[in-house]
Design a protein. Structure first.
Length: 155
């Protein structure tokens, strides 16, 4: 059995003040998410006070670990869900399915979580096909259209 995947993430609210009572001195504390576990672990590292720079450092670190941005997204999303949720086990499959249909895996997973978190794989495949074929607009209700726009899958 292989070790679970781990990723470094930057959470905007995870900061440590270097000078007590001085929010401007706060630096970002990288966090670790672990495959199959909910929540995250704080590190004792400090990666500066610029969110974009800290995020770039996390992206570089994750790339060295062999993780793609889609892998990191799946790990983060899994860390926020209960293991017994149907969505939990489908994340990797969802990202892969979206890519097979020429879709952005992260955007598709966000859409799916927002609109159809309790639906099964066959329904997921159907929506990926609709998006690929351009028939989603004709077959979507108002709430689905709103979710598609919010996630950037439709202009």
């Amino acid at each position: 059995m292989s070790d679970p995947k781990r990723a470094i993430i930057i959470i905007e609210t995870c900061r440590k003040e270097m000078v007590e009572g001085c929010p401007k001195s706060a630096q970002y504390v990288p966090c670790i998410v672990v495959e199959g576990e909910t929540g995250y672990y704080l590190t004792d590292w400090l990666w500066g006070n610029d969110f974009e720079v800290a995020k770039e450092l996390a992206d570089e670190y994750n790339a060295k670990l062999g993780l793609t941005p889609d892998d990191v997204f799946v790990l983060v999303a899994q860390s926020m869900r209960q293991e017994d949720s149907p969505y939990y086990g489908n994340l990797s499959q969802m990202v892969a399915l979206a890519k097979e249909h020429g879709l952005d895996g992260v955007k598709f997973a966000q859409f799916w979580q927002m609109r159809f978190p309790d639906h099964g794989t066959s329904y997921m495949k159907d929506w990926a096909r609709r998006l690929r074929d351009g028939t989603a607009k004709e077959q979507a209700d108002h709430e689905t259209m709103r979710a598609l726009h919010q996630c950037g899958l439709l202009e």
